[in-house]
Design a protein around this ligand. Structure first.
Ligand code: HEC
Ligand code: HEC
Ligand code: HEC
Ligand code: HEC
Length: 400
């Protein structure tokens, strides 16, 4: 009898697990590259339903009157939104309340001292001021990644004070001295603190600290027959793979959304999305170092991670499981107030016309990051490809 119960229980548990995975067939396959290259995307219609549900844009307030006195001349302590009229300023305050202040407590006093709105004492106020700067910075200086779609507070916050997907430096499971639990945190089939970390693999479980805070080299494909430079160890490759798994999961895509898997490193055989992702890595790293880390002393202890570090941003913070936040719908367009300092007025023609066709030519205010991959990455990878005797250079190799 006992055996029977166990059997039933085991079966029930297995079915539960299967259901939890959500990856039951049918899976739809979409071709994204040339025939024969295996560049396909697997789409699960049931998961897509869920993703559509969580990727609806937030509330948009009616446009505000841009004329009239500036908020900074009417109020006492306006430092970031100093270019906005009182009407526009109020619109931003109302929207921030809706997008960020918690359920049931949705009011101005989440950030403000009700007695004195100019008072800076609440940590939420101080954080919000920094977030305003960050949001404007993303929309003006990181168009190489966010294009004209841009972001608002809602892109990350989605109605709550703490974005659902953030990361902390993971101290591991206290197995540093164990035989297989190395300092890299390997062989723990965990999902880390963020659900998308490394899927269910046994790769290093904190790929964020080295790549999205530090700038450890991601390239691991070597140009030489024997290991040299950054391709010295398998361990290095595993870190890169851990980051890649996070990126693919965050966007709900397969590796071939960006790569041609016969030549991972080669930019010429990669999709334009890979270049956008390249900027995304630099952007996430930049935002963490420029905005989140400096807020370490501002945040209370209960908001910090096990090692006392602040919550930080990764791809999932904005993307929430889809290739573009909200499947590409733009909330930010309705918010010129969050586009950056208004004078001189934002020229709509200054932004790149197409989202994906010409990533290398993205010449927006983000001139510095935009110029980088062309100079830093592409030619370097091209030459690596040539040295390895890639498809285009086979003849050259034999001729030597
Ligand atoms: C998420 C945090 C947050 C919420 C919620 C919020 N504010 Fe603010 N508020 C700020 C920040 C930050 C500033 C300073 C902006 C700047 O420096 O440009 C500010 C400034 C102000 C000021 C200027 C005060 C002065 O004299 O300097 C007023 C007025 C104001 N908010 C009203 C409101 C009202 C009304 C609400 C509710 C509808 C609200 N705020 C909700 C963060 C918030
Ligand atoms: C790119 C993602 C991102 C965007 C955009 C963003 N935030 Fe945040 N925000 C974060 C992260 C990450 C934290 C840290 C989470 C925490 O509080 O532990 C945070 C924390 C906060 C907090 C502190 C909440 C608390 O209770 O601890 C406030 C307030 C806040 N953000 C306001 C804003 C406002 C207002 C905007 C828009 C002007 C905004 N944020 C835009 C990522 C973002
Ligand atoms: C959203 C786009 C994207 C996805 C999805 C993606 N990658 Fe990457 N991958 C990149 C970018 C961008 C780089 C280069 C990063 C850099 O140089 O800073 C890269 C680099 C790599 C490299 C190193 C190449 C070299 O030059 O040595 C490997 C290997 C790799 N990816 C494997 C994978 C695998 C495996 C997957 C799926 C689990 C994957 N990638 C998914 C964008 C992506
Ligand atoms: C601050 C929010 C934010 C963060 C963080 C972020 N992204 Fe994005 N990403 C966006 C927005 C917005 C778009 C849409 C741009 C557009 O309209 O083409 C986008 C677009 C993309 C695209 C182009 C998709 C396509 O089909 O054209 C890729 C690839 C991408 N992101 C990868 C990443 C990766 C990888 C990371 C982490 C390293 C990342 N993103 C982090 C906001 C973000």
């Amino acid at each position: 009898m006992n055996t029977k119960i166990h059997l039933v229980a085991t079966l029930a548990a297995m079915l539960g697990l299967l259901a939890a995975c959500g990856e039951r067939p049918p899976i739809e396959v979409q071709q994204v590259g040339y025939r024969g290259t295996g560049m396909e995307q697997n789409v699960n219609p049931r998961l897509r339903e869920k993703l559509i549900a969580v990727n609806q844009i937030g509330g948009v307030q009616p446009p505000a009157d841009a004329s009239g006195p500036l908020a900074k001349d009417v109020y006492q302590n306006v430092q970031v939104l100093s270019d906005l009229s009182v009407g526009e300023f109020t619109r931003v305050m109302l929207s921030m309340t809706e997008w960020v202040a918690p359920e049931g407590q949705k009011n101005c006093t989440y950030c403000h001292n009700a007695e004195n709105y100019a008072d800076e004492s609440l940590y939420q106020y101080q954080v919000a001021r920094s977030m305003l700067r960050m949001t404007r910075d993303i929309n003006t200086n990181w168009q190489s990644h966010v294009k004209e779609t841009g972001v608002t507070c809602h892109t990350c916050h989605r109605g709550g004070p703490v974005p659902q997907y953030v990361w902390f430096t993971d101290p591991g499971k206290g197995r540093e001295n164990a035989f297989i639990g190395t300092r890299a945190g390997q062989n723990s089939a965990v999902t880390g603190l963020g659900i998308t970390t490394i899927g269910h693999s046994t790769l290093p479980y904190d790929p964020y600290s080295p790549f999205l805070l530090g700038d450890l080299d991601i390239r691991i494909n070597g140009p030489t027959a024997l290991p040299t430079g950054n391709n010295k160890s398998t361990k290095q490759a595993e870190w890169t793979y851990a980051l890649m798994v996070h990126m693919a999961n965050s966007l709900g895509v397969n590796c071939t959304y960006c790569h041609n898997s016969r030549a991972w490193a080669d930019w010429d055989q990669s999709t334009p999305q890979r270049t956008v992702a390249w900027y995304g890595i630099r952007m996430a790293r930049g935002l963490n170092n420029q905005y989140l880390v400096p807020l370490t002393e501002v945040f209370p202890a209960n908001r910090k991670g096990p090692l006392g570090d602040v919550a930080k941003i990764n791809c999932q913070t904005c993307h929430q499981g889809v290739y573009k936040p909200y499947f590409g719908e733009s909330m930010a367009k309705a918010y010129p107030e969050l586009q950056g300092v208004k004078a001189p007025p934002v020229d709509p023609n200054a932004a790149p016309a197409d989202a994906t066709s010409a990533p290398a030519g993205t010449s927006t205010p983000a001139a510095t990051p935009a110029a980088a991959p062309a100079a830093e990455a592409k030619p370097k990878d091209g030459s690596k490809m040539a040295q390895r005797g890639g498809p285009t250079t086979v003849a050259a190799v034999f001729d030597r």
